[in-house]
Design a binder for this molecule. Structure first.
Ligand SMILES: NC(=O)c1ccc[n+]([C@@H]2O[C@H](COP(=O)([O-])OP(=O)(O)OC[C@H]3O[C@@H](n4cnc5c(N)ncnc54)[C@H](O)[C@@H]3O)[C@@H](O)[C@H]2O)c1
Length: 319
């Protein structure tokens, strides 16, 4: 009998990469985790640290530090290499584009030379533009190259709303779309509490729902990443868990609707741009983009966000 282990290769074993690995291990989502880092000693150290944890975990998982020969039979590659925005402030994720492209170039070359036939999830920022760059440069099919992008911003948005409303966040359907960055937008007209329109609830219950300040909530959720970065110098638990959630969805072929960055092909009136949208995700990658019935104004905001990515993607190609 030939049972193939579920293998994930994590390229960039820093704060994010290590937490993706930890989240996968603690939840028993895969059987093998391989860390690759330009600093081999760091990949080795993350391996040893995670291996120590596996002794007390309920799931068996093999962890090792490796190299690009490991991607040939991997089902999933996670790219989490690259610099962080200055943790003392003043930089956007998009400002790290040039530095991240430099870090990504050798990764792209190595993946291109490999026999990788699985799904690649990019986390490195600016996530949507870097994902587009990786897809173009590796030539991997677009449905198999995605980014976590606003998976995390959506979690932050639901968390803020949950606290305002005192309702469990899993019962709140509200999402950030477009860029994992400054131009992201929230299609509030599509937000609901377990299917009941948030707008309708605000109208019907002015004393509770009606008091929500949606602009402030969106702003607070968008600032969430910066609050964490400025406070502790990195963000890791939220993104580690977000990536693990997508990997679980893929391995289990859940076909769950996930808020991920995908290459758009006419959906929402956009083409040839990576942006976060709700999409069905399964074992072969992106199955279908779900087009929410946004208002004209929301579509305009989404288009502006796509323009930001398009503009910066052009710059990336010349870097
Ligand atoms: N999308 C998101 O939601 C999200 C959240 C947090 C961080 N990030 C991004 O993830 C990336 C990593 O963040 P971090 O906090 O882990 O940073 P970090 O500095 O802790 O780790 C980055 C790691 O990448 C390695 N690296 C650099 N170039 C490499 C290469 N060519 N090949 C292999 N490894 C290489 C470094 O040695 C380092 O260990 C950044 O781009 C950051 O902006 C994205």
């Amino acid at each position: 009998m030939n049972i193939k282990p579920r293998k994930v290769v994590i390229i960039g074993a820093g704060h994010v990469g290590s937490h993706v690995g930890f989240s996968l291990a603690t939840q028993g989502i895969c059987d093998e985790i391989v860390f690759i880092d330009i600093y081999e000693k760091k990949a080795e150290a993350q391996t040893k640290d995670l291996e120590d944890a596996t002794v007390y975990l309920p799931h068996h998982v093999n962890v090792k530090s490796g190299n690009y020969s490991d991607v040939d039979d991997a089902e999933i590659i996670v790219v989490s290499a690259g610099p962080l925005p200055d943790p003392t402030g003043g930089m956007t994720r998009m400002d790290t584009l040039g530095m991240t492209i430099e870090a990504i170039k050798p990764i792209v070359e190595n993946i291109k030379k490999s026999n990788f036939g699985g799904i690649l999830i990019d986390i490195s920022n600016p996530a949507d533009v870097i994902t587009h760059y990786i897809q173009e440069k590796t030539g991997l099919p677009p449905e198999r190259v995605i980014s976590t992008s606003t998976t995390l911003d959506s979690a932050r948005l639901r968390k803020v709303l949950a606290k305002e409303l005192n309702i469990d966040q899993k019962s709140i359907y509200a999402y950030a779309m477009g860029e994992h960055g400054e131009s992201q937008m929230v299609p509030w007209s599509c937000a609901s509490i377990f299917g009941k329109s948030l707008y309708k609830l605000m109208e019907e219950k002015p004393e509770t729902y009606g008091k929500l300040n949606l602009d402030e909530i969106a702003k607070k959720a968008k600032a969430g990443g910066w609050d964490v970065l400025y406070g502790k110098g990195s963000t890791e638990f939220g993104i580690g868990t977000s990536a693990a959630e997508l990997i679980k969805t893929i391995f289990s072929n859940e076909r769950k609707v996930s808020m991920i960055s995908v290459l758009l092909n006419g959906e929402y009136g956009q083409k040839d741009v990576y942006a976060s949208v709700p999409a069905i995700l399964g074992k072969d990658g992106v199955v279908e983009v779900i087009e929410l019935p946004m208002t004209e104004e929301e579509l305009k905001q989404f288009a502006l966000s796509c323009d930001t990515m398009r503009e910066n993607y052009k710059k990336a190609l010349n870097m």
